[in-house]
Design a protein around this ligand. Structure first.
Ligand SMILES: [Zn+2]
Length: 184
């Protein structure tokens, strides 16, 4: 008789255990749906840089070389004396490598002996190259960017050797060169 009583007690114990398992499963399901919601928020695409020329970082990566992307979009600086354009004094026009805007002429170029292509002025009335105060690297400088696409060009200094007194120190990677076609 004693053995039977123990059996009955054991069976009645099973029910509460089952309901606890059911509650736990339901709680886990709720947790998972909560995680999904926050992942969607993280995956929202990054806002494109605010310029008149709206392109996402992914679009820039497709049109620029990794080196150009580093300089133009991440404000990088190429190694001094690395650009072929340093020693280029052919007649022609220098354009933004990002959007093709004509920025400088060969007449505005001079040998700055600084390792980067240097210009004493820009094409137009000063609205093609945007000047922005730059306080990075513990210095106060003026950054120059293409006004149309926001691409980083370099810096401008007021120690130029020509009559303008200006020195646009530009990364060669930010520029393209259109050689003047010879007319016969
Ligand atoms: Zn540009």
């Amino acid at each position: 008789m004693k053995g039977r009583r123990i059996d009955i007690d054991y069976i009645s114990m099973k029910k509460p255990i089952l309901s606890v398992i059911l509650i736990l499963t339901a709680a886990l399901g709720a947790c998972q749906s909560g995680t999904n919601t926050s992942t969607n928020q993280v995956n929202n695409p990054k806002k494109a840089m605010e310029t008149s020329y709206n392109k996402t970082d992914e679009e820039w990566k497709k049109t620029l070389t990794p080196e150009q992307y580093y300089v133009l979009r991440q404000k990088g600086t190429e190694s001094p004396h690395s650009s072929d354009l340093n020693g280029n004094f052919d007649e022609g026009t220098y354009v933004c490598a990002g959007c093709g805007t004509e920025l400088f002429t060969s007449k505005q170029k001079f040998d700055g002996h600084c390792g980067w292509p240097s210009f004493d002025n820009e094409i137009g009335g000063g609205d093609r190259v945007k000047k922005i105060k730059d306080f990075s690297h513990g210095m106060v400088r003026t950054e120059i960017v293409c006004a149309k696409c926001g691409g980083h060009l370099g810096h401008i200094f007021d120690d130029g050797p020509t009559s303008t007194g200006q020195r646009y120190c530009v990364n060669g990677l930010s520029l393209g060169f259109k050689k003047k076609e010879e007319t016969k």
